[in-house]
Design a protein around this ligand. Structure first.
Ligand code: SAH
Length: 207
């Protein structure tokens, strides 16, 4: 069974991720290794490695594999990076970040989702992940500054607290917008911030 999953993951990485231009070797290795199916509710497991988002309960979704890969690559996470994630959800993006980074702090609004993510991440042996229930738009001030912040739910505008908690040259990867959304990369520069628009996306709203 686990070999069949591994084969599906290989195919997912080749056809959905490498084919679309993601190149960061650490991201590709993480996505080949991490058992995404362990984060997906039993009823939808067969669809785990398909090319789209899936429901994870509480009206929320686990992002499409390509989007997880793209956001992690844009965050330019290295082995010593400190990373904040807003919107833990099922914890899959958390795991991908934790595999590439030094440590990850992740905030989730729904305690049921956070608890389930905590169990899955513990079962898989992640020790560099810190989870908290609360409003992630306030960031995690005690653990700031962060080299990268990845937001997996879309606000109408960039929450100022997140920009404040970026380290110099830190990178904020965030979907922005209500009816239509763009994935944005905001980089902290000596003079302020620089903003790039990456691609149109569709995320659940940041609440
Ligand atoms: N990275 C997740 C994506 C989950 S969808 C995954 O791969 O599973 C986005 C998540 O953001 C949802 O779980 C939702 O409950 C959460 N969320 C929405 N608003 C939030 C807020 N203000 N603070 C923290 N989490 C929030």
């Amino acid at each position: 069974m686990s070999e069949a999953w591994a084969e599906q993951r290989e195919r997912m990485v080749a056809t959905q991720i490498v084919n679309r231009g993601v190149r960061d070797p650490a991201v590709l290795a993480a996505m080949r290794a991490i058992p995404r199916h362990a984060f997906v509710p039993e009823t939808d497991r067969a669809l785990t490695y398909s090319d789209g988002p899936l429901a994870i309960g509480r009206g929320q979704t686990i992002s499409q594999p390509y989007i997880v890969a793209l956001m992690t690559e844009l965050a330019r996470v290295g082995a010593t990076s400190r990373v904040l994630e807003v919107g833990t959800g099922c914890g899959y993006q958390t795991a991908v970040l934790a595999a590439c980074a030094g440590a990850v702090w992740s905030v989730e609004l729904e305690d049921e989702l956070s608890e389930r993510a905590a169990r899955t991440l513990a079962e898989l042996g992640y020790r560099n992940v810190h989870l908290r229930v609360g409003d992630g738009s306030r960031g995690w001030p005690e653990a700031a500054p962060f080299d990268a912040i990845v937001v997996t739910a879309a606000p109408a505008d960039v929450p100022p607290a997140l920009v404040d908690q970026l380290a110099p040259n830190g990178r904020l990867v965030i979907p922005i917008g209500v009816t239509s959304q763009e994935l944005c990369l905001i980089i902290r520069t000596p003079g302020g911030t620089r903003r790039e628009t990456i691609i149109p996306v569709r995320f659940v709203p940041l609440r």
